[in-house]
Write a protein that binds this ligand. Sequence first.
Ligand SMILES: Nc1ncnc2c1ncn2[C@@H]1O[C@H](COP(=O)(O)OP(=O)(O)O)[C@@H](O)[C@H]1O
Ligand SMILES: [Mg+2]
Length: 283
Amino acid sequence: MNFELTQVTRRFGEKTAVDSVTLSIPHGQMVGVIGRSGAGKSTLLRMINRLADPTSGSIRFGELEVSNLRGAALRHWQRDCAMIFQQFNLVPRLDVLTNVMLGRLNHRSTLMSVLSIFTREERIMAIAALERLGIEQTAMQAAGTLSGGQQQRVAIARALMQAPKMLLADEPIASLDPLNAKIVMDSLRDINEREGITVITNLHTLDTARAYCERIIGMSGGRVVFDGGPQDLNADAVKAIYGAGHDGNEIDESMTSTAIRAPVAKIATDASLSPTAMVATAH
Ligand SMILES: Nc1ncnc2c1ncn2[C@@H]1O[C@H](COP(=O)(O)OP(=O)(O)O)[C@@H](O)[C@H]1O
Ligand SMILES: [Mg+2]
C-alpha cells in the first residue's frame, strides 16, 4: 500500500515550515530525509503520525485519509506508525521491560492499561524485542541508567511492540557517539529488511543517509529540493539541499558528517539473564 502526501503544507503564523510537499512512498522503502536545521524535517514527520496537523494538503495511506482521523481511528493510526525521537522519550525511573511493554498501551483495554497489568505474552514479546536489539540483559534496569545508545534501542524495541506498519525516526542518532549511531542505524535497516516495515528517518548528516537509505529526500525551506537514490546525490544536489558555504565555496561534506566508521562491537549477553529466567521473575 502506497503512502501518499499531496501538497502538504504546515504554517506556524507567518512561517511556512513545510511548503506544498508531494511524495509517494511505496510500502517497505527505507527513506532518509535530510536538510539543514529548520528545513521542516521534524514537522513533516510529526504530520505523518498526526502529532501536528497539516494546514492544507492530504496525507493518505491506501484508502485512509490520515488527516481526517479522529478518536479511536487516530489512535489506531498512531499505533501503526511508531515514532522514535532523538531524546528517546523513555520513562527513566521505570525498568526497561516496562518501558518496552508501554508500547502495547494502544493495543489494550483501558482498564488493563490503567492497572498496568501486562500479560505473560506481552512480557515474552517485550523480551523478544529486547533480544532482537541485543539488550535483553538490561531488562530489569531503570531505563535512565542506560547509555544513550542502549536507550535508543529500548525505544526501538518499544516501537516494535506496537507492531507498526511504518517506523518514523526523528534524528535517532543525533545524540549518539559513532559506534552507537551505527548500532542504531543497523537496527533500523534490519527491521526494514526483515519485517518489510517502511522506515522514514530524519538525519542531519549526508553520509548516514547515503550509507543506509535507498531513497533520500532533501528538504530546504520547507520544500523538497531533492528526491532520489544515494547515487543521484551529486555536488549540485548537495548544494541545493544545504546551500553553498558562507563564502560561496562548495560545502565541506565533513561538516554534515557523523563519521560512522567504527566496527560493530560484539554485544555481550549474560546467560544467567536468559529470557525464561526473566519471565519467571517478572511475575
Ligand atoms: N511549534 C512551532 N511553532 C512555531 N514555529 C515552528 C514550530 N515547529 C517548527 N517551527 C518552525 O518551522 C520550521 C521548521 O522546523 P522543523 O520542522 O523543526 O525543522 P527541522 O526538523 O528540519 O530542523 C523552523 O523555522 C521552525 O522554527
Ligand atoms: Mg528536527
